[in-house]
Design a protein around this ligand. Structure first.
Ligand SMILES: [Zn+2]
Ligand SMILES: [Zn+2]
Length: 170
């Protein structure tokens, strides 16, 4: 599935907890190369094509890594819809008890939604919850005739970010 490949340009096997530190490192590498303080790898490559610089630029272009960094920088602030990068179609979001509601009642079941759309224009006033439409994993989405989204739920933005991190690391 292409979406999975596209979502992990960083290609790192390091856990998300260290991604903010890796991005800081990447920024320092880019800055050093701007100042023409070439690194030890540079002589082996054509000018501007150093592998270390390419690695740094890949990290800094990765929306999921950047979103994790924003969430980490927020400290104790909850993840909000503004922290989320684009969510690839079909991303499966795992919803634990308390992570989701029907708009009225917080649900206490565990379930999974295959996301078709994150409605960033329909968040709760704090921005910590956002409406998502898609298909329940149990609906057999790939084996049944096409049908309108059967799931419409208000979910924690944190749960969506967690799903993107899992996708990036898979
Ligand atoms: Zn270099
Ligand atoms: Zn469905």
């Amino acid at each position: 599935m292409m979406a999975v490949e596209d979502s992990r340009p960083h290609g790192t096997i390091m856990p998300p907890q260290v991604w903010p530190a890796m991005l800081g490192n990447a920024r320092a590498i880019v800055e050093a190369h701007l100042n023409e303080q070439e690194c030890g790898l540079c002589p082996a490559y054509r000018r501007g094509e150093c592998a270390r610089l390419a690695w740094a630029n890949r990290m800094l272009a990765d929306p999921v890594m950047l979103a994790v960094e924003r969430a980490a920088e927020s400290g104790t602030r909850p993840v909000t819809v503004g922290d989320l990068p684009a969510v690839p179609d079909g991303t499966v979001v795992h919803l634990a008890p308390g992570d989701w509601s029907d708009g009225r009642t917080t649900q206490t079941l565990t379930t999974n939604v295959r996301v078709l759309r994150v409605h960033t224009d329909r968040a709760d006033p704090n921005g910590t919850q956002v409406w998502v439409t898609g298909h329940w994993l149990e609906c057999g989405w790939e084996s049944v005739p096409p049908h309108p989204p059967c799931a419409e739920v208000l979910v924690e933005a944190r749960a969506v970010l967690t799903a993107l991190v899992a996708l990036a690391g898979s």
